[in-house]
Design a protein around this ligand. Structure first.
Ligand code: G3P
Ligand code: MG
Length: 246
């Protein structure tokens, strides 16, 4: 089991403080810091011309004033979109950040990142390799934990940057979780909190894995998960959930 060179925080802001600011924007990452979070989770995918940007969906429609698939949009198009106005007029004009802009901000704020590799279909290896290369110059200032639902992306990340720790993202914990996590040399399981059981948390911890759960926005749910022994909760509301779990 690879050793982590940093301490994982108890609270990680999901797509930034996404209850209070538009998800996956620099505004949401600044807001997370203001709410007391020391780490964010965000989603990395590639533009048509292969540039890593912070974006969740495969299409531009929900969170920008653009439309169509991200895979068809080059960076000069993506970078000109408004990724804040859909959330509130207060954030109109907030751009889709590049991965480098995000890492620069996190370095300035003294924050860490769980970078979820979220490839558009067919770009699993490429998205991971680009992400792994982009983080290299920042690793002395920004602690990074990579994660993905895609085993192919985690394998490519391991090849490109074996020393950057990895977490296997899953919804319901699959029967073969331990074999998959071991094969990919992961340090953590990132698990949907809803179907998770105390027994599963205990088993993952007993096997030496960190347990990160998402997306936890209820105070009592967060307290219960911490009692079960999870290491970190990913939440849209870091101040409220941080206060609930101390
Ligand atoms: O990384 C945890 C969580 O973000 C995974 O789901 O859809 O919010 O990216 P999603
Ligand atoms: Mg995510």
């Amino acid at each position: 089991m690879p050793e982590l060179s940093f301490v994982l925080p108890r609270v990680i802001a999901h797509r930034g403080a996404s209850a209070a600011a538009p998800e996956n924007t620099l505004a949401a990452f600044r807001r997370a810091r203001e709410e007391g979070a020391t780490w964010i989770e965000c989603d990395v995918k590639l533009t048509a011309d292969g540039r890593p940007v912070i974006f969740h969906d495969d299409t531009l429609d929900r969170t920008t004033d653009g439309s169509g698939p991200m895979v068809d949009a080059p960076l000069d198009v993506v970078g000109a979109l408004d990724a804040g106005g859909w959330f509130s007029p207060d954030f109109r004009g907030e751009p889709v950040p590049t991965l480098e802009e995000t890492l620069d901000l996190l370095a300035d704020l003294g924050m860490g990142a769980n970078l979820e590799i979220k490839p558009c279909p067919g770009r699993e290896r490429e998205t991971a390799a680009v992400t792994a290369a982009a983080v290299q110059p920042y690793l002395d200032r920004v602690p990074v934990l990579l994660s993905s639902f895609a085993d192919e992306s985690l394998a490519a990340a391991r090849e490109a940057a074996p020393d950057v720790p990895r977490g296997l993202l899953v919804e319901a914990v699959p029967a073969d979780w331990q074999a998959r996590a071991a094969a990919l040399e992961c340090v953590a399981l990132h698990v949907d909190a809803v179907p998770l059981t105390a027994e599963q948390v205990a088993a993952m911890r007993a096997a030496g894995y960190k347990v990160v759960v998402w997306t936890v926005n209820g105070e009592s749910e967060a307290r219960r998960l911490v009692e079960w022994g999870v290491d970190a909760v990913i939440t849209d509301a870091p101040q409220r959930i941080g206060a609930a779990i101390g």
